[in-house]
Write a protein that binds this ligand. Structure first.
Ligand SMILES: [Zn+2]
Length: 87
C-alpha cells in the first residue's frame, strides 16, 4: 500500500463532483480538525484509496473504482467547506 497526500484524490473527486475539492476544508468527525483535503493522508492500493485525518488518523473517506463504476463514502467527515468566490 502506498502512502500519499490528499492530492492523490484530485482525479477521483473531480470525476465525482466536477470541481477541485482538494482545497476544500474537510472537518474530521473524530477530532474536529478541519484541513484542506490535499493535506489528508491517503493510502492507495489496487483495491482503492483510503483518506485519513492528518491529526488523529481516523478514516475520513474511502474510494473504490472498478468496471467503470465508483463507490465512495465519507463516514469520518462531518462537513466540507467550499469557497464560492473565484480566485
Ligand atoms: Zn481527526
Amino acid at each position: 500500500m502506498t502512502r500519499l497526500d490528499g492530492n492523490a484524490l484530485a482525479g477521483d473527486l473531480a470525476d465525482l463532483f466536477h470541481v477541485d475539492l482538494t482545497t476544500a476544508l474537510a472537518r474530521c468527525a473524530g477530532c474536529g480538525h478541519a484541513g484542506e483535503i490535499a493535506t489528508a493522508v491517503v493510502y492507495a492500493s489496487p483495491m482503492g484509496r483510503v483518506m485519513r485525518c492528518s491529526t488523529c488518523d481516523d478514516v475520513l473517506g474511502v474510494f473504490v473504482s472498478a468496471d467503470g463504476r465508483t463507490w465512495f463514502g465519507l463516514p469520518g467527515v462531518s462537513s466540507i467547506e467550499l469557497s464560492t468566490e473565484s480566485p
